[in-house]
Ligand binder design. Structure first.
Ligand code: PLP
Length: 417
């Protein structure tokens, strides 16, 4: 749960100037209101400049060259890793593996740790509110091993039913994998408590932090999870870069995920010897420049301060709840505002989510409509689709007001008022 400190001093206009795309005017008249940040965020000039600067001045392959330029690019790539380590509060650089994103990170765990440790009859415990990328890799593991996937149920308000842990967490449970923040409901989950109970039952814990790391200071120590995963593009960084944090002794014991260059100590015609961490899990040429861009995005976020960003998003969420209540005929998904992050999903009586998004788009407002890669969650909530507005540091209260105006227009078009 998050508290709302005084945000009077937080002025998103100061930061908006850093984001070239936010000055876009749509349909020749309406300014873009970008409210699809849970899908992906925009990049500030500082990150774009870092990418261009690297390509123009420092680019070569990493870890291979015995030449000056390769040293430069290797240094920048490893500086980015150190930046991620420090940002997360991880102990060593060996615990930070660069991947392409959250999806790849979870697939890495399910393949490497899963194929190694999970057998028929074992259980993987997920929740009903997971993104498909925290469901399908485990289902594939189940197909390979015969393990069983179980789900912690959620309440109608969109919170995990913690009492279900009493029966669902058993000595057969090998992994509990859950999202820290739901990408649909915005629910902030009690990761700490679930980790404590999972560990007591002998299970490991993976935290899908795709919607958490960009918006809050991650309490890595308190969470005490075995793996934490997230994506750079949801936190002002480039796409094609993500992170897998894992406990060093665990990563060390796990077999490599993909094979190829860079992940080996030596190769003979008979076999190979894997490299040490983190290289063991970074086969092939990595996303060099996106990793450097992620480091710059982290610096940008740190300069502003995640607490201030989080408080600002809380304010926007609170106002969005009020605006939607004023519009009427709107079903809000997820818990009360104090229990959620800056994600507001809703269903309008008798109007399909795609129609809602289309009318909002006419008003220059970019939102997401559909199942948001969470089909089982929508089934559980008995809705086929929803519309989602999701906020970040550059969004304004005025943009939230515009949602209300556009929805009144929508109701008028559909003769609901
Ligand atoms: N998990 C959650 C909670 C998400 O919101 C997303 C993306 O929306 C993902 C996983 C997948 O992230 P990516 O597509 O960057 O791999």
């Amino acid at each position: 749960m998050t508290t709302v400190p005084d945000v009077a001093t937080f002025d998103p206009e100061i930061y908006r100037a850093d984001f070239p795309i936010l000055s876009t005017v749509l349909h020749g008249r309406v300014p873009l209101a970008y409210l699809d940040n849970a899908a992906t965020t925009q990049r500030p000039r500082q990150v774009i400049d870092a990418l261009v600067n690297t390509y123009e001045k420092h680019y070569a392959n990493v870890h291979r060259g015995i030449h000056w330029l390769s040293d430069q690019s290797t240094d920048l790539y490893e500086e980015a890793r150190e930046n991620v380590r420090d940002f997360l509060g991880a102990e060593t650089r060996e615990e930070i593996i660069f991947t392409r994103g959250t999806t790849e990170s979870i697939n890495l765990i399910a393949r490497s740790w899963g194929d190694w440790q999970v057998r028929e009859g074992d259980e993987i415990l997920l929740t009903e509110m997971e993104h498909h990328s925290n469901i399908v890799p485990w289902q594939q593991l189940s197909q390979r091993t015969g393990c069983r996937i179980r789900f912690l149920p959620i309440t109608d308000e969109g919170e995990i039913e913690l009492s279900a842990l009493d029966t669902l967490l058993t000595e057969r449970t090998k992994m509990v994998s859950l999202t820290a923040v739901s990408n649909v409901l915005g629910t902030v989950n009690p990761v700490e408590e679930i980790t404590r109970r999972a560990h007591a039952a002998g299970a490991l814990v993976t935290v899908d932090a795709a919607q958490a790391v960009p918006h809050q200071t991650v309490p890595l120590r308190e969470w005490d999870a075995d793996f934490v995963v997230f994506s750079g593009h949801k936190m002002l960084g480039p796409s094609g870069i993500g992170v897998l944090y894992g406990r060093a002794e665990l990563l060390d014991a796990m077999p490599p995920f993909m094979g190829g260059g860079s992940m080996i100590q030596r190769v003979t015609l008979e076999g190979y010897e894997p490299a040490d961490l983190p290289a063991k899990f970074e086969a092939g040429t990595p996303s060099i420049v996106p990793a450097i861009g992620l480091g710059t995005a982290i610096n940008y976020l740190r300069n502003i301060g995640l607490e201030a960003i989080q408080a600002h998003e809380q304010r926007l969420t609170q106002r969005a709840h009020e605006v939607l209540a004023e519009v009427g005929g709107v079903q809000l998904l997820g818990p009360a505002q104090e229990k959620k992050a800056g994600i507001v999903s809703f269903v309008m009586d008798g109007i399909h989510a795609h129609d809602v998004a289309q009318i909002l788009d006419r008003h220059g407002i970019a939102v997401r409509a559909g199942h948001h890669c969470a089909m089982p969650l929508h089934k559980r909530l008995r809705v086929s689709a929803s519309t989602r507005a999701s906020f970040y540091l550059y969004n304004t209260l005025e943009e939230v007001e515009r949602i209300g105006e556009a929805l009144h227009d929508l109701k008028h078009i559909f003769r609901r008022e």
